[in-house]
Design a protein around this ligand. Structure first.
Ligand code: FFO
Ligand code: GTP
Ligand code: MG
Length: 492
């Protein structure tokens, strides 16, 4: 992992913008800026720190490239902890490429993805949860996710994990006393007290894990999959939910052959909405592949919208899909311990991942044939709503029901509404680390119960502490760091 040298990158998104920023960080950044920059003011007497100065950037031959504002920020109190310079150019791709090239000609190297933030982390300007939050803040699809990323950027998650770890370290100290002075009755830690304290820390870890599930859908969007028989109106419903014509709709069965994913908010919940190929037996190999992908997506979905032609009712393919989803549920596709509160919700609603959508209610009489369409409360044990994808009736109610079901499935229900500022929610990596920490704590408690000597127990205690510090980055393996920062944008 390179950490010397001076790096440069375009910090603003590709394309045309009002202003585009070149960011330079490292020991030579101010020298490089000085060589590129021709001040506009005759009174200019060098860069005043943290102050924008107006001037021109010229290339090596002295030809002017752009009229700019530039700033020099002296380390270590900067984003990266190093000397930083920024050149605020006109936001065109050719201008920015030319100024970046000029910076490189003066000695800067092109920055890798996430290299500015990696340097900030390595220079102790932020812990790993904060570095990850920088990227998550940029990626947040809606306000709820943004608030979760902001809490992490402030270091609240790192602080909570550090607090849990400190309790384990404290316990470790008490264990050492018990090992060193086994006869000392006053200081000796009783196994019951040992287990009780471990259990309290484990409860804290579990609390963070259940927050992860909810946080995930606010940050990445819940996966909601439109599935059902050919011609049921999945693509029409996709378009109705998006409010624009995105998917091709025809009266030919088998119109959609590949899946289509679009981000959308359903009643304020960020969702990755996926339209899929209609389920049917077919000889067409392209369509067969489409059907296979549909089944995969159904298996991964946080919520399946099973679209059914209301007049036709459930057919063979729909019943098979319901059975498929239900079997998956029974075999415990959800990690059992990750969201304890969702387990009870699941057992109340056996097929809680499926919402049956009776479509074409404008054509249908009553479900099963009565005169006016009456939407049943549930179909095959799944909640049910009636809509007309064509006319838009019931689509808002469908969105609200989908939101409620997704949040119920993730535990905690919809009562709390959107995440609030200060709410903690670990991301996937952090949750995986927390799960390992919980395994260590469970094993530790079992050992203490079984009367394993304290000096052996303390090894496990150390293990749990080491696992927890992977969250904040003290002991994170370098390939994990590499992976985290390589998912960043260039220039971040
Ligand atoms: N133009 C620009 N805007 C930007 C950034 C940037 O790098 N450039 N940021 C980058 O992502 C964010 C701001 N992030 C920052 C994070 C830390 C420090 C910093 O370390 N500041 C010093 C105090 C400086 C002072 O006021 O004297 C410190 O807190 O010690 C600055 C900006 C968002 N907007
Ligand atoms: N009357 C009526 N027709 C609808 C409604 N929704 C869809 N349709 C019609 O049903 C036909 C099939 O619609 P699609 O949205 O293409 O159906 P699909 O489920 O995506 O079909 P495949 O992609 O083939 O699996 C089209 O002719 C639509 O216009 C509705 O609510 N009312
Ligand atoms: Mg379709």
């Amino acid at each position: 992992m390179r950490q010397e040298g001076t790096i440069a990158a375009i910090a603003t998104p590709p394309g045309h913008g009002g202003v585009g920023i070149i960011r330079i960080s490292g020991p030579d950044s101010h020298t490089i800026l000085g060589r590129l920059f021709l001040p506009a003011s005759p009174r200019f007497a060098g860069f005043r720190p943290w102050t924008l100065h107006r001037g021109r950037v010229c290339d090596a031959t002295g030809a002017p490239l752009d009229d700019v504002l530039a700033v020099a920020m002296p380390g270590p109190r900067t984003f990266t902890g190093e000397d930083v310079a920024e050149i605020h150019c006109h936001g065109g791709p050719a201008v920015l490429a030319a100024v970046l090239e000029a910076a490189c000609a003066c000695g800067a190297q092109l920055a890798d993805r996430g290299e500015f933030t990696r340097r900030a982390f390595l220079n102790g300007r932020m812990d790993l949860t904060q570095a990850e939050a920088v990227a998550e803040m940029i990626a947040a699809p809606a306000q709820g996710g943004l608030r979760l990323a902001q809490a992490r950027l402030q270091g609240l998650l790192g602080a909570r994990v550090a607090e849990l770890r400190a309790r384990l370290l404290d316990l470790r100290a008490q264990v050492c006393v018990a090992v060193d002075f086994p006869e000392d009755e006053v200081d000796c830690l009783a196994p019951e007290a040992f287990v009780a304290e471990c259990d309290a820390v484990a409860a804290g870890v579990r609390g963070l894990l259940s927050a992860h599930q909810r946080g995930r859908c606010w940050q990445e969007g819940a996966l909601v999959v439109l599935a059902g028989h050919v011609n049921a109106g999945k693509s029409s419903l996709m378009n109705a939910l998006l409010g624009r014509r995105r998917a091709i709709v025809t009266d030919m069965p088998g119109t959609t052959r590949d899946f289509i994913e679009e981000p959308v908010q359903l009643a304020g919940l960020p969702v990755r909405l996926v339209d899929t190929a209609g389920l049917r037996d077919t000889g067409d190999i392209v369509e067969q592949e489409g059907v296979r992908i549909s089944r995969d997506l159904v298996a991964q979905a946080d919520l399946v919208l099973l679209v059914v032609d209301a007049a036709a009712g459930l057919g063979h393919a729909e019943r098979e899909l319901l059975r498929h989803v239900r079997d998956q549920h029974v075999s415990g596709a959800q990690p059992a311990r990750s969201a304890p509160s969702s387990q009870s919700a699941q057992s109340v609603v056996p097929a809680g991942r499926v919402l049956v959508v009776l479509n074409k209610t404008d054509l249908a009489g009553g479900y099963g044939g009565a005169a006016a369409f009456q939407c049943p409360q549930e179909v095959e044990g799944c909640p049910c709503v009636g809509v007309s994808a064509l006319g838009g009736q019931g689509v808002d109610e469908l969105a609200a029901a989908a939101r409620t079901m997704v949040l119920a499935g993730l535990g905690g229900g919809d009562a709390g509404g959107e995440p609030e500022s200060g709410d903690l929610a670990p991301n996937l990596r952090q949750a995986q680390v927390l799960r390992r920490a919980l395994d260590e704590l469970d094993a530790l408690m079992a050992d203490v119960h079984a009367g394993v000597p304290y000096d052996l127990c303390s090894v496990r205690l150390d293990g749990a502490c080491a696992v927890l510090s992977e969250i904040t980055g003290e002991t994170t393996p370098s390939e994990v760091l590499e992976h985290i920062f390589s998912s960043f944008c260039i220039g971040k």
